[in-house]
Design a binder for this molecule. Structure first.
Ligand SMILES: Cc1cc2nc3c(=O)[nH]c(=O)nc-3n(C[C@H](O)[C@H](O)[C@H](O)COP(=O)(O)OP(=O)(O)OC[C@H]3O[C@@H](n4cnc5c(N)ncnc54)[C@H](O)[C@@H]3O)c2cc1C
Length: 401
């Protein structure tokens, strides 16, 4: 089903239409088999890289398409609707470039960005650790000054594209305590001392490799540190605000795909001598699913428009991520219900959509953390009274996520 979209320009509308055609022709037909086999879709990223999709929101000067977030996110929604692993992968790649685009020196930008945005390279974003998930300021992976650069030691966990990416935008501790304690480094995948754990065995998105990244005395030149020493958490969180919009768009695309699947099935399936779509009980369920999808889309577009207008959008991004991921969970679960017993089998995509939806409530800040972000924006420092007070981020962003 084609979504009736509003786009700010005719160029934007053409672009989203083109991405939809590519996604439906090249991605959707491959998704189920690759997910079953757990095959990482490196070719799909190359294809999207060649068409400019991997660098859509970034400046033309470095090879991007210079599109507003309002356009990029709607294109991303189309990709995720065709194949969630690829949609989330595009969002992760875009987030991996954010630090350099927004906080890199002009020398670093000229040196690294054309390759990162050119479409051939794929990035990863390495923030989480096994014991530092929601509480990222408790990270222990460390960079120690050595010669002209640093030695990196420790382990990052849950990293999307681990062992598949060409570089990792990596956040490590450079000072003790919880304030100004992290720095951001651009770590090439072939750096000596960098190794990877076995991929996690996940509930869904099984074609997307998620794993640990081990750093054992990895030598990194100071010219690969992005932003001043100590600015790492600020850089990480700015990227996450935008990244959450990507996850919200992916969750919306997944929910739309589940709705389309349910509507098609309900029209075809006959019980009691007529299509199950003729029963009002079924119509109400489908109508509620549609309302949830539309609300999710409206939430991420509101945040995107604020971002495009240069306005603060952190709270809106948290609302969008919370709203869209909860909508995805509910709509995909209802889609399984609409399909009845067939919904519970792997003959239809509904059960895969449901498994894929769950993680959108967990990564890039769990939905509990999104509620904290929203509450803190509403209440300011008052809401922090019951929380640990040593965050590096000040009262308004006391919890790192
Ligand atoms: C498939 C997948 C891909 C991922 N990709 C990446 C990636 O590319 N890069 C990366 O850096 N990370 C990645 N992550 C990690 C992800 O961001 C973390 O899993 C997430 O932030 C939660 O951290 P945690 O798993 O350690 O949970 P925990 O922080 O241990 O949380 C456990 C539970 O406690 C709750 N909780 C924690 N603190 C609070 C609080 N203050 N108030 C209320 N409830 C709270 C949480 O909501 C959760 O329900 C990925 C994770 C998954 C599953």
């Amino acid at each position: 089903m084609t979504v009736d979209r509003l786009l700010p320009t005719s160029d934007g509308a053409e672009l989203v239409k083109l991405v939809r055609e590519i996604a439906q022709a090249e991605l959707a037909p491959r998704a189920a088999r690759a997910e079953e086999a757990g095959e990482f879709p490196r070719e799909a990223f190359r294809l999207l890289g060649r068409t400019g999709v991997l660098s859509m929101p970034y400046p033309e000067q470095w090879g991007g398409l210079d599109q507003p977030y309002e356009v990029y996110l709607q294109a991303l929604e189309e990709i995720a609707g065709a194949w969630m692993t690829v949609g989330v992968g595009v969002s992760v790649h875009v987030m991996s470039c954010h630090a350099l685009v927004h906080s890199g020196s002009s020398e670093q930008q000229e040196r690294f960005l054309p390759d990162m945005l050119g479409g051939d390279l794929l990035g990863g974003y390495a923030l989480s650790e096994a014991a530092a998930g929601s509480d990222i300021a408790s990270m222990t992976t460390r960079a120690t000054p050595a010669g002209d650069g640093y030695l990196l030691d420790g382990a990052k966990a849950w990293i999307s594209h681990a062992s598949q990416a060409d570089y990792y935008t990596t956040f490590v501790r450079t000072a003790d305590g919880r304030r100004d304690m992290a720095s951001c480094f651009l770590v090439p995948a072939d750096a000596p001392g960098l190794t990877f754990g076995a991929p996690e065995r996940k509930m869904g998105m099984t074609a997307s490799t998620t794993g640990s990244v081990y750093l054992d005395r990895v030598e990194i030149g100071a010219d690969r540190r992005i932003g001043p020493a100590g600015s790492g958490l600020r850089i990480a969180l700015e990227a996450l605000d935008s990244g959450r919009l990507g996850i919200a768009a992916c969750a919306t695309g997944l929910a739309q795909a589940a709705l389309d699947c349910a509507v098609d099935y309900a029209r075809e399936r006959q019980q009691f001598g007529r299509a199950v779509a003729d029963f009002q009980g079924m119509q109400f369920l489908l109508a509620e699913m549609a309302a949830a999808v539309d609300t999710a889309r409206a939430a991420y577009l509101m945040a995107a428009r604020k971002r495009d207008a240069g306005r603060p959008f952190g709270r809106d991004a948290a609302v969008a991520k919370l709203t869209a991921s909860d909508a995805a969970m509910r709509v995909t679960t209802d889609a399984v219900q609409v399909l009845g017993g067939y919904g519970y089998t792997r003959d239809f995509p509904a059960e895969r959509y449901m498994r894929e939806a769950k993680v959108t409530q967990i990564f890039e800040g769990t939905n509990q953390i999104q509620r904290l972000v929203i509450a803190r924006q509403l209440l300011g420092s008052r809401s922090n009274s019951d929380q640990t007070d040593s965050s590096p981020l000040g009262a308004s962003r006391r919890n790192p996520y």
